[in-house]
Design a protein around this ligand. Structure first.
Ligand SMILES: Cc1ncc(COP(=O)(O)O)c(C=O)c1O
Length: 369
């Protein structure tokens, strides 16, 4: 394995210092929760090693989200990040052909690269509304392909794969005897009807998710993978055991108690996201120098400064970061030009969001050539 750190991690607010940022629009999750918001009781816990798959009652709750899924189809991991790592390292070896959407959450590209795979990027384009072209996907996947890696709702664009499109992707991977790694970390944040959990559609699909984004709980590092292929699950478990033995009982218990109140929590979270989404949509409608593809889920979007606007990008980011104290995810976090920026609109209050958005407008004006 040839590990390399990504700019999104090196430059992340948690590394830079949250206290140095006034308007943080660089986050991709709902507002971080406090333990006291959740009314959790942990005193009964015996701090032994836990079930190697993860707390059975929590796995049962997660399995109930997908038709026909069983708790043993669920493997708990420390965050979706670990689930992605386990799945990629079990399924891929050097030289393997993998087709992955681009741009993407960095780990979905860096881990196959670290393994030394033949990474075939399926480029999504602003001009196409960041939509996945299924005909191109069908051409790229061959019987030699090991894995197709997609994210929906997508990070950084917020575009959602429809159920019909998801079913077509499943047909393509089944026809070619490969697997679909479906990063569904934002699934419960889709604005429209939720697509089925991918792993419920076929044993060829591995679904990945966590509580980090939709529930604002990245600090408990609680994620999972779901797969109906029992032989593959055995290998995923072996990988988990070799890295962690079992997960944190404290994290699993917090996750379990939080998910027992899932409907109330999600109703509160969706209401806050809807308020902020209205705020950013109204602001975008008034921008002449920025354009976007309106997101359909999640809490991020990936607008760009119009290509015909002459602008000093260094000056823009200097003004944005250091004069206005505002942070966004610059395009290079996603291997794109810095005219693109990921704006996270679900992490702050509406007022902070609007203040940060107004600083973007001001920083563009100050950087015009
Ligand atoms: C699409 C996607 N997948 C996975 C992750 C990893 O999140 P976590 O490990 O906190 O669950 C992230 C984090 O930004 C993400 O955006």
């Amino acid at each position: 394995m040839n590990y390399k750190r990504s700019p999104i991690e090196i430059e992340s607010p948690e590394q830079y210092g949250y206290d140095k940022i006034r308007y943080n629009l660089s986050e991709s999750s709902f507002t971080d929760m406090r333990l006291s918001d959740l009314d959790i009781s942990l005193d009964h816990l015996v701090l032994a090693y836990g079930d190697h798959f993860g707390k059975p009652e929590l796995r049962a709750l997660l399995a109930a989200d997908g038709a026909g899924l069983h708790p043993d189809d669920v493997l708990l991991t420390p965050g979706a990040a670990a689930a992605l790592f386990v799945a990629n390292t079990v399924l891929l070896k050097p030289g393997d052909h993998i087709v992955a959407a681009f741009p993407n959450y960095a780990t979905n590209l860096t881990t196959p690269r670290a393994i030394g795979c033949n990474l075939d990027l399926l480029t999504l384009r602003f001009e196409d509304g960041w939509r996945l072209d299924l005909d191109v996907l069908a051409q790229r996947v061959t019987p030699k392909t090991k894995l197709v890696s997609l994210t929906t709702p997508h990070n950084p664009t917020g575009v959602v794969l429809s159920e019909a499109d998801l079913r077509r992707v499943v047909e393509i991977v089944e026809a070619n005897d490969c697997y679909l790694l479906l990063d569904e970390t934002y699934r419960e944040m889709a604005f429209g009807p939720l697509t089925p959990v991918g792993a419920s559609l076929s044993p060829r699909v591995i679904s990945i998710s966590s509580l980090s984004k939709s529930y604002g709980l990245p600090g408990i590092r609680m994620g999972w993978l779901i797969c109906q292929d029992t032989a593959l699950m055995e290998q995923f478990l072996a990988a988990k055991e070799q890295i962690f033995i079992s997960g944190s009982l404290v994290d699993e218990e917090i996750a379990f108690q939080a998910l027992q109140r899932k409907s109330a929590l999600l109703a509160m979270i969706r209401a806050q996201i809807a308020t902020n989404f209205t705020a950013i949509s109204t602001w975008m409608a008034a921008q002449t120098e920025l354009e976007w593809v309106q997101p359909q889920g999640g809490v991020v979007c990936f607008p760009r400064i119009r290509l015909d606007l002459a602008l000093d990008l260094d000056r823009f980011y200097q003004a944005l970061n250091h004069e206005h104290g505002t942070w966004v995810g610059p395009g290079h976090w996603f291997e794109h030009d810095r005219r693109y920026m990921r704006i996270g609109y679900g992490w702050t209050s509406r007022d902070i969001l609007l203040a940060g958005l107004n600083s973007i407008t001001r920083a563009i004006h100050s950087a015009k050539l």
